[in-house]
Design a protein around this ligand. Sequence first.
Ligand code: BEZ
Ligand code: FE
Length: 300
Amino acid sequence: MTIATDRQYRVEDELLHTVLASFQNTPDPRLKELMQALVRHLHAFIREVRLTETEWQHAIDFLTAAGHITSDRRQEFVLLSDVLGASMQTINVNHEATADATEATVVGPFYVEDSPEVPLGGDMAAGAPGEPCWIEGTVTDTDGTSVPRARLEVWEADEDGLYDVQYDDGHTAGRAHLYTDDNGRYAFWGLTPTPYPIPHDGPVGRLLENTARSPLRASHLHFKATAPSLRTLITHIFVEGDELLGSDAVFGVKHSLVERFERQPAGTPTPDGRDLTGQTWTRVHFDIVLAPQPSAQRSA
Ligand code: BEZ
Ligand code: FE
C-alpha cells in the first residue's frame, strides 16, 4: 500500500469536503445525514485500501452483473446485502432488545404473500418431500398475555433444499398461514428443516467462492407473525445440533431461536392421530413473544 504524503492527504481530504458540501442544501435532513455519512465512509474505504482503478472497475462490473441477473424472481442485491451481514445488522439496529420479545432474523427471498390458509393442526407441507414435523407453541405479548387470532405465516424448503417457487410448475407447497386459537396457541404439520444453499449461480455465488465461503444456510423454518397493536416479527426456528449453526451464509442465526426437534421413532402415535405408519417424524415447541408496536409503526 502506498503511504500518502501530506500533500496527497490534503488533495484527498479536499475532495472529500467538496463532495460533503455538495449535499449541504439537501432539504430533507435525514437524506442529508445519510448521503454525507455514506460519502464519508465510502471515501474512507477507498483511501484506506488505496483502491486501484482496476479494482474499482471490477466492483462496477460486479454490480452490473448483479443488476443483470436481478428480475421479479431473483434479487441479487438483497442477496449481496445478506452475505455481507448488512441485512442482519439493519435488523439488529431496528430491533434493539425489547424486553423478552422473540428475536428477528432475515426474511429471505422466498416469502410469498397470500399463501393458502391451513386450519390449526393442518399440514403446510402439502406434499413437499421431507420428514413430517409437528410444530406447536403460543403467541404472547411481552406482558405474557396470550394473543388470540395472531396470523402466522410459515414457509420452508423441502428435503431437496428447494422452496416451491424454485420449481417451474407453479405449485404451492411448504408454505401456509394460520391463526392462533382463543388462547394464543397454534400447531401445524410441516417438515423437519434441512440445510440448503442460497442461490449461488450468480455474482454473489462467485464472491462466496472467491472468498472460500459456503453458500449453505443452517436448517430453518420461517415465521412471520402479525397481530393488531403488536410489532410484526419475521424470524426462523433453527435446529439444535445442526453443524451449520456457526457458519450460516447470511449470519441469520440467533442463539435464542435454536430449538430442539425431537425425533420420534416410526410407530410413535402422533398428537392428532395422523397416520404416519413406518415413518419417523419430529416435534418442536416454539413460543413467540411479540413486542409492542413502535409509535411510528402505530401511526402509519
Ligand atoms: C432464506 O432463508 O430463504 C434465505 C435468506 C437469505 C438469502 C437467501 C435465502
Ligand atoms: Fe429459508
